[in-house]
Structures are given as C-alpha cells and as structure tokens.
Design a protein around this ligand. Sequence first.
Ligand code: IMP
Length: 173
Amino acid sequence: MTEMQQKILFSEEAIHQKVQEIAAAISQRYPEGEIVLVGILKGAFVFTADLARAIDRPCRIDFVRISSYGSGTESSGKLNITLDVTLDIADKHVILVDDIVDTGLTIADYKKVLEQRGPKTLEICALIDKTGRREKAVDIDYSGFQIEDGFVVGYGLDCDEQYRNLRCVSVLE
Ligand code: IMP
C-alpha cells in the first residue's frame, strides 16, 4: 500500500496536554472509589494507556473489541461484540474510552449493554468527537478534540491497519 499524504492536525504536544486535562478532570470527579477504564480496541489502545497513567486515582483497566455493522451502505447499527468486558463492573465508576466517535452507533449501543451490568456511574471519554456524521446522539462526558469530518489517523487510529503508531493525529489527503 502506498503511503498517503498526511497533514498534522493535532501535534504530540497538543494531545499530551489534552490527555493531562482529561485525566485531571476524571481524577477530580472521582475522589472516592475505584475507576474502571474500558478501552475500545484497537483504536483506543494508545489513548487508554496514556490516560490511565495520567489519572491520579486507583484504576482497573479492561479492553473490549466492538463494532457496528450494517448491510450495504445503510448502517443498521447492529452491534458486534468480539471481546466483551471481563472485569466485574457492578457498583464501579466505569469510563468507556474511545478513540473517535463518528456515527455514534457503536458506543451508544455498547453503553446500553454496560448499563445492564449495574455500574455505579458510566461515562464516555473520547479523544476525538467527529460531529458531522452522527446518527445516534451520544453524551460524551470528556472529549479531547472536535472535528466536523475527514478521515484521521495516528495515536492509535488506523487506515487499513497503518499509521496507528504515529505520535500525532493527522488527516489523510
Ligand atoms: P461509529 O461512531 O460507530 O461510527 O464508529 C467509530 C469507530 O469507527 C471508531 O472507534 C474508529 O474505529 C472508526 N473511525 C471512525 N472515524 C475514523 C477516522 O477518521 N479514522 C479512523 N477510524 C475511524
């Protein structure tokens, strides 16, 4: 695969700053009790790792693999859970950590699944809120950056499994 043109959108420094801000807000929000961070693979693996290390509170960390798929061009919003949470989240402060919220179908549906398991609180944290193609309303409690549209890569985000190891977030052109 030929490398596509990349234009830096969010620098390593800007991302680092945002991660610190979000982590500080989370640490402040939960002075008591344990936090369970649930990172959504694969895209949120870098963000989850950095966020976890910046949070100044006891944390447990889990990862899930979920996707939303449809038939043809219309997304049916059917949730596909390949790897589910393994930790007991009942009565815990749970934060779902995503790389980017696009249509919102995946995270909105999975949040409903987790709600059934009786967490004490359940919030959503996304590095990027891509607002232009939203199909399901999602309450994002902590978001780093907002973009309208465009395909972005880096800091965990991929295009055909490439670019996940970029330290910044770039737009593919
Ligand atoms: P949705 O919100 O259900 O549409 O799905 C969001 C998921 O689609 C994200 O967690 C990413 O895995 C993927 N995705 C959406 N937009 C982008 C992008 O710009 N770059 C890389 N992956 C994306």
